[in-house]
Design a protein around this ligand. Structure first.
Ligand SMILES: Nc1ncnc2c1ncn2[C@@H]1O[C@H](COP(=O)(O)OP(=O)(O)OP(=O)(O)O)[C@@H](O)[C@H]1O
Length: 279
């Protein structure tokens, strides 16, 4: 069972996600007027003996209100960047700035409240579909819930169930497919109506028709929000304002799809390979 397979790492992350503010650390519950994020010379090694740095001296601007995409080979450190932004871990060197302030000084609870997240191991609670989308809301806002369901293109599935939104899923409920799971996680992020959106392979289990519809819906939803998406399928990153190519923990290229394809570098080859695979 998926739910039973919570790895030690995941438990650690859940612990880290605990809303407890670390004792003795200063924290603020407000962001500066400039809400851009910037990673400054981040070097990060996962805790544990013998681990090599996963990110080395990474500096990256994530402008407010824009979509930044991170691509690269498996293991290049894409997910790690999102985890650092979400503060599951702290980097050993460098810092993350938000405007002219430091992200580390912002209250955990406050910061996570601003972020809509779909991670690869996103959790489905043993509860109804409605409560899995409107997490923490005893009485979900039905208008927002409908919008979230429509954006995540999951209405047909919900309507096909006798109990609809009240169907129980998760450990003690109905089984759901990976694609349905991803769509529920997307709907959850949309329902939250967040300022920041962090998606890690949020649509990779979907068939291409569904993915296309959802990406089109999300494009509208992303407008004016600060978005960071990690994706293997390049079709989902083409419209990003900036595409960052990561290789073995280093940023090796960045630019728009047009700029990067024109450059004829690593991104160009990733695109070429995917097109060849698709043929
Ligand atoms: N909890 C952990 N402890 C130790 N090493 C880890 C941990 N999580 C990830 N790593 C290692 O860090 C490196 C980068 O992992 P990361 O998940 O950031 O890569 P990625 O680019 O997102 O890969 P993918 O596309 O496969 O998801 C990998 O070599 C991975 O094995």
């Amino acid at each position: 069972m998926q739910d039973a397979k919570i790895s030690l790492e995941r438990l650690n992350e859940i612990k880290e996600m605990d809303d407890e503010e670390p004792v003795g650390k200063p924290f603020v519950k407000q962001l500066p007027a400039d809400k851009s994020l910037s990673l400054k010379n981040i070097t990060f090694t996962y805790p544990g003996a013998g681990n090599e740095p996963v990110l080395s001296n990474v500096s990256l601007d994530i402008p407010a209100g824009k979509t930044t995409a991170i691509v690269g080979m498996s293991g290049s450190g894409k997910t790690t960047i999102l985890k650092l932004i979400l503060r599951f871990y702290e980097s050993q060197r460098g810092e993350i700035r938000v405007g002219n302030g430091y992200l580390a000084q912002v209250s955990f609870r406050y910061w996570r409240g601003l972020c809509g997240v779909v991670m690869q191991d996103g959790f489905i609670f043993s509860d109804t579909i409605a409560r899995n989308i409107a997490v923490g809301d005893e009485y979900p806002d039905m208008i927002r819930l409908k919008q979230a369901i429509q954006t995540a293109n999951i209405n047909d599935f919900i309507e096909s169930l006798p109990l609809g939104l009240d169907t129980k899923i998760g450990l003690e409920g109905n089984g759901i497919s990976q694609g349905q799971r991803q769509r529920i996680l997307i709907a959850r992020a949309v329902y939250k109506n967040p300022e920041y959106i962090l998606f890690d392979e949020a649509t990779n289990a979907l068939d291409s028709t569904n993915e296309k519809i959802i990406m089109q819906n999300l494009e509208e939803f992303f407008k004016g929000r600060t978005v960071v998406i990690v994706a293997h399928r390049l079709s989902t990153v083409i419209h990003a304002d900036n595409i960052v190519v990561l290789e073995k923990g280093h940023i090796i290229e960045q630019g728009t799809h047009a700029e990067l394809t024109h450059n004829n570098g690593v991104y160009y080859n990733l695109v070429k390979n995917q097109l060849e695979l698709a043929n």
